[in-house]
Write a protein that binds this ligand. Structure first.
Ligand code: ADP
Ligand code: DP6
Length: 324
């Protein structure tokens, strides 16, 4: 009983920030993302009665206690679903920096869910797989699908209606997403901890909830008619609002570094010169810059020469989960 799955990461255009149920990973608000083609995880899961315990190898060595615990908790949910009590060997390779705000948890848990479900022959459809992946890491439910994806928060308390669906396939709208690395070390506050603290302590969190529905509507409409300017504007506003909620948390959470601000300024300057270019930032210092394919080379050059920028990786909308 062995299978291998590959899942791409996704970046949120309209962010998931805050849970209404921590155990089931149910979000306070719906979110929208793009799946990326260049950052991904490949995970193999093997269940075997010869294994005396569960093992998790990440990038060639046994993962730390914190990482393993998350993975084993998730695995126990899958074992329960399948009604089995076998131990597993999980081997995972990330082609994405870990815990740097580049969504390693999204590709990581989507690939794990896919490989484990396949190894156990669970025969899940995409929606069921999305619901399963969500329970490893919320954003992972979006990585089941390619292209432009929405995660509907759902209303039910059992989470059966909290799943992602595709808004537009990756091939239908070619945009460029430049991933700008200003740091690749592990962030101090995980997304999980950051959103929890924000919900519990930030006086600005209610302001987030008051406006996110409108942002979702605007983004969905822009994607459906491929209006890059409208999409870019709402994406940028939404990211800044999410970071504003964190600044109000106690203790405050600041993911940005000096390079982050330098990139923001560069994007704003490029825009003043007439180029349609927008940024978004997840829970980390690195920045994702969106532009049209015809401006990609120029924007790439401008970003690479910005102080504090270590690397710029150009991505395109990528595919959903695949099996190797
Ligand atoms: P980011 O998603 O920005 O990389 P997070 O703090 O949200 O940062 O998630 C990072 C965590 O995701 C890691 O600490 C680890 O627990 C988990 N993770 C990363 N890669 C994998 C993987 N391949 N398989 C399972 N879990 C993973
Ligand atoms: C800022 O999905 O990593 O990237 O559900 O606790 O595992 P958990 O959190 P995670 O959080 C992602 C937060 C974000 C926004 C987003 O991807 O929508």
């Amino acid at each position: 009983m062995k299978a291998t799955a590959k899942a791409n990461t996704n970046i949120a255009l309209i962010k998931y920030w805050g849970k209404r149920d921590e155990k089931l990973f149910l979000p306070m608000n719906s979110s929208i993302s793009i799946t990326l083609d260049r950052f991904f995880t490949v995970t193999t899961v093997e269940f075997n009665e010869r294994f005396s315990k569960d093992t998790f190898l990440l990038n060639g060595s046994e993962a730390g206690e914190k990482e393993s615990k998350k993975v084993f908790n998730f695995l126990s949910k899958i074992k329960e679903l399948a009604g089995i009590d076998l131990n597993a060997m999980i081997t995972s390779e990330n082609k994405v920096p870990i815990a740097a705000g580049l969504a390693s948890s999204a590709s990581g848990f989507a690939a794990l869910a896919g490989a484990a479900a396949k190894a156990l022959n669970l025969q899940l459809n995409d929606k069921e797989l999305s619901i399963l992946a969500r329970q490893g890491s919320g954003s992972a439910c979006r990585s089941v699908y390619g292209g432009y994806v929405e995660w509907q928060k759902g209303e039910k308390s059992d989470g059966k209606d909290s799943a992602a669906n595709q808004l537009l396939p990756e091939k239908e709208w070619d945009i460029s997403i430049l991933s700008v690395l200003v740091a690749s070390k592990e962030k101090k506050v995980s997304s999980r901890e950051g959103m929890k603290r924000t919900v519990l302590t930030s006086p600005f969190y209610q302001g987030w909830l008051n406006t996110v529905e409108k942002d979702l509507e605007t983004a969905k409409k822009a994607i459906s008619i491929k209006d890059f300017k409208v999409l870019g504007e709402v994406v940028e506003e939404n990211a800044l609002k999410m970071h504003a909620t964190m600044l109000g948390a106690k203790p405050p959470i600041i993911y940005w570094e000096s390079g982050t601000l330098a990139v923001i300024e560069k994007v704003q300057r490029l825009r003043l010169s007439g180029i349609q270019v927008y940024f978004t930032i997840d829970a980390g210092p690195n920045v994702k810059v969106l532009c049209l394919p015809e401006d990609e080379k120029m924007v790439y050059k401008a970003l690479l020469s910005t102080p504090g920028v270590l690397e710029v990786i150009t991505c395109k909308p990528g595919s959903g989960i695949t099996y190797l």
